[in-house]
Design a protein. Structure first.
Length: 435
């Protein structure tokens, strides 16, 4: 196996035929593994600022004949983004808080282990260029697949819930648990009691999808702002996030892969959800609904109608997306677990750098420390000229403290990391440390 590194956007665009051929060979059922998703994400959401800078490091695994059998869509994130003193993290494209729900390598199943190990060996041969790699989307047999000499650290799990579909809607309903059957009866009966009719609209054409997204953003925000319910973030609050979703839906709609589901009650749009058809699987993405129709449980009705649609279309599975909550588990879906963790560079000092940076990140989560954390070192989806409320720059400015003091504090932290790095590697001579 050989590994080719693509570090330019033009090179990533040129990879399209091989990438999409590999999608077919892998029979991927996740939209996040598509060429359209990764290139759209890079166009709208990668960072290139003083504090945070992303650079493409896409690794293509090739056989001796040159055939692409694995793609690791990696990027190198540097903090700060300018200057010689920085922390360097390799991670998958899609390092956003919530938009990219799963990040993983695209591999021909026959060459999965070989592809991972080829990328590992390729990165190990240049340890001076990175401090750690964040691996995501690994299966439960992570040690067998990855084959690292040391176990991954900071291991976290994420799950999706996948429904296997029978041949008919009646058969599906028969296999449901009692509680969800009662919920469905309530949904449909409450509409009927109030003399309300409903219908499901399914939009697939690129123009239809584009025209439906403003309503999706409106209802998604309405749900996020609803008080007295389980908290939900407005994932697409920022202009950059909205521009990304518009582009990726347009491009995937050209492949016939997008479904915008709309539940209309008396012809009024009350709930909507985006779906992606990948092979024989429907992946259900984010949703939104009108709080005025909360008592009718319109999202439960929408999901039920979507499942009925998927069965009628002959699809085999519905992926209810990530998150271990009752809205997914009550349907009796099968849990699919993904594991992620960090692999430290074999450089002797990388573990020390990781330790310092990790502790600084954990301290930042406290309410007091958040005020002093340099916002320019934090990845975010706010406009480049905006400062999030409560950030160090906003607070210090309000107190009359010069911003340069905060900048100097951030630089001091980075310098401390580099000093430790140099001392432990033996490349820095200090009288009180020795050589």
């Amino acid at each position: 196996m050989g590994v080719q590194t693509i570090s330019s956007f033009d090179g990533l665009l040129a990879l399209r035929p091989e990438w999409q051929a590999l999608e077919t060979a892998c029979a991927t059922d996740l939209p996040f593994q598509t060429w359209e998703w990764c290139t759209s994400w890079w166009s709208h959401l990668h960072e290139d600022r003083v504090g945070v800078r992303d650079a493409l490091r896409v690794c293509v695994v090739r056989t001796g004949s040159g055939e692409a059998v694995g793609i690791a869509p990696l990027m190198l994130t540097e903090r700060p983004g300018r200057g010689p003193l920085k922390v360097r993290t390799l991670q998958f494209i899609g390092a956003d808080p919530n938009i990219t729900e799963l990040r993983l390598m695209l591999c021909d199943p026959v060459f999965e282990r070989d592809s991972y190990q080829a990328v590992m060996q390729h990165l190990a041969a240049q340890p001076e260029t990175w401090d750690w790699v964040v691996w995501d989307g690994l299966g439960p047999d992570v040690d067998r697949v990855v084959g690292t000499q040391e176990p991954l650290i900071g291991v976290l799990e994420k799950s999706t819930f996948v429904l296997g579909l029978p041949a008919t809607w009646a058969e599906f309903k028969k296999g449901l648990r009692r509680n969800i059957k009662e919920s469905l009866r309530h949904c449909y009966n409450s509409l009927e009691r109030d003399g309300l009719s409903y219908r499901l609209a399914v939009l697939t054409a690129p123009a239809e999808v584009a025209s439906a997204l403003p309503d999706f953003f409106r209802l998604h925000a309405a749900r996020a702002n609803l008080r007295g319910a389980l908290p939900h973030s407005d994932v697409f609050e920022s202009p950059r996030a909205r521009a990304f979703l518009v582009e990726v839906c347009r491009r995937l709609a050209l492949r016939g892969a997008v479904r915008v589901f709309q539940l209309r009650v008396d012809d009024r749009l009350v709930s909507t959800r985006i779906g992606f058809v990948m092979g024989d699987t429907l992946y259900l993405y984010y949703s939104g609904w009108d709080p005025a129709y909360r008592r009718y449980s319109v999202m439960t009705t929408l999901v039920a109608e979507v499942i009925r649609y998927a069965i009628a279309e002959g699809l085999e599975r519905v992926n209810l997306s990530t998150g271990n909550d009752v809205s997914k588990t009550r349907w009796g879906a099968r849990e699919v677990r993904y594991i992620g963790g960090r692999q430290i560079s074999p450089r002797r000092t990388a573990r020390a750098v990781h330790f310092v940076y990790g502790n600084a990140t954990r301290v930042r989560t406290s309410k007091v420390a958040r005020v002093f954390t340099p916002a320019f070192l934090v990845r975010g989806l706010h406009g480049r000229a905006e400062r999030p409320p409560g950030s160090w720059s906003t607070q210090l400015a309000g107190w009359g403290v010069p911003i340069r003091i905060g900048v100097l504090a951030a630089v001091a932290m980075v310098v401390a990391i580099v000093v430790i790095d140099g001392v432990l590697d033996g490349g820095l001579c200090l009288p009180f440390f020795g050589s």
